[in-house]
Design a protein around this ligand. Structure first.
Ligand SMILES: Cc1ncc(COP(=O)(O)O)c(C=O)c1O
Length: 398
């Protein structure tokens, strides 16, 4: 595969597995827990790392290795890997990057379970965790300690769509703490829109459950970074700490989903832009947050670090009571009430009581996740039909 090939070519062809004499176009599913050795010497050589080859699926499997290579190519990283869930990716990377006595500096707006893992999980194991608003570079600077070993953030953030300047945070982090890792959860943008490693980040994490798969039928996670760090994540974080190994069948589905990543994400972006403009113009809508709107507080940063579009997620608030807002959501016909995002279907949820219910009321307020905030994951339907569904409900609000 030519290193200079375009995004679409890479998302289809990177990692192709050749099986002489059979040559299947699609990669077969290597549904096996273990791999045979011809001799004891061969087994010993593989365990010693003296000979290349598969050993046992928790240590490696062709379907899993293939999507790791594909993500690395798309994220402009040296290496990539897959895990059993997005949370499996977050925990595997953090167990690898941190040890007792280290300090983690993270943005204050995180996916609910990441927030819970950082504040309740890592802290139980002797890791200090500070959450600050990463939009505020001075606040980040002030929170850095001599033992800060990782900087972690999402951009856009889930669910408030706050934008963090990847280049500025990476520069500050590396200048202040040369051996710290800058880790970016790129789930919302995917490498089609944003490549954090090009902007100075060290590691990229994905809930591959979302856009990378794109069809709402898999739970999976992925990470990409330097060869050295990803090898450590594989041979320590995943193998010995989390054991969050992705199944070969799920890896096959992610591989299939990734072949159409660019055209899917482009349609999500195009639809979301139309829906965001519609919502912004409706009198029953109090506030719309979408990085592609000129009214987004960091629209200029969005234009600088996001390409091809601004993603498929919109958050908004209505000019009505909690009860009327709930009735609006309940009465929608095309938009489905469900958590998750990045699927073909348009999904709507209430972050404060669903995806971010792990937050305390104070943490919700700090992260700007209001009681009335609704999150839409715009699907691949016709934008006009999504708008018509929303309009019918909005027009009923007095
Ligand atoms: C931004 C983000 N990161 C991580 C995760 C966790 O991913 P998973 O549900 O695949 O474990 C999610 C899940 O919603 C998410 O939205």
């Amino acid at each position: 595969m030519d290193k200079n090939s375009g995004f679409a070519t890479k998302q289809i062809h990177v990692g192709k597995i050749e099986i002489p004499g059979i040559s299947p176009l699609a990669t077969p599913i290597f549904q096996t827990s273990t791999f045979e050795f011809a001799t004891t010497a061969e087994g010993a050589a593989r365990f010693a790392g003296e000979e290349q080859g598969y050993i046992y699926t928790r240590l490696g499997n062709p379907n899993i290795a293939k999507i790791g290579a594909k993500l690395a190519a798309l994220e402009h990283a040296e290496a990539g890997m897959a895990m059993a869930s997005g949370m499996g990716a977050v925990t595997t990377v953090m167990w690898t990057a941190l040890k007792a006595g280290d300090h983690l500096l993270a943005d204050d707006t995180l996916y609910g379970c990441t927030f819970s893992y950082f504040t309740h999980g890592l802290t139980r194991c002797g890791i200090d965790v500070t959450l600050v608003n990463f939009e505020d570079l001075e606040a980040v600077k002030a929170a850095i300690r001599p033992n800060t070993k990782a900087f972690y953030f999402e951009t856009p953030t889930n669910p408030s769509l706050k934008l963090i300047d990847i280049e500025a945070i990476s520069k500050l982090a590396h200048e202040s703490c040369p051996d710290a890792k800058v880790i970016v959860d790129n789930t919302f943008s995917t490498p089609y829109i944003q490549t954090p490693i090009d902007l100075g980040a060290d590691v990229v994490i994905h809930s591959a459950t979302k856009y990378l798969n794109g069809h709402g039928d898999v739970i999976a996670g992925m990470a990409a970074g330097s060869q050295e760090f990803i090898t450590e994540c594989n041979m320590f974080g995943l193998k010995d700490m989390t054991g969050a190994v992705l199944g070969p069948f799920e890896a096959y589905l992610i591989d299939r989903g990734m072949k159409t990543l660019d055209i899917r994400v482009q349609k999500h972006c195009d639809n979301a832009m139309k829906v965001a403009r519609f919502l912004e113009g409706h009198p029953a809508v109090e506030k719309v947050l979408y990085p592609g709107l000129e009214s987004h507080p960091r629209h200029e940063l969005a234009k600088k670090q996001m390409h091809n579009g601004f993603g498929g997620i919109i958050t908004f608030e209505l000019k009505c009571s909690r009860e009327e807002s709930a009735a609006f959501v309940n009465d929608l016909k095309l938009c489905t009430i469900a958590v998750s995002l990045g699927d073909a279907e348009t999904l709507i949820e209430h972050p404060a009581t669903m995806t971010h219910s792990t937050y305390t009321p104070e943490a919700l307020a700090q992260a700007g996740i209001g009681e009335s905030m609704l999150r839409l994951s715009i699907g691949l339907e016709d934008a006009e039909d999504i708008i018509a569904d929303l309009k019918e409900g909005l027009d009923r609000i007095k």
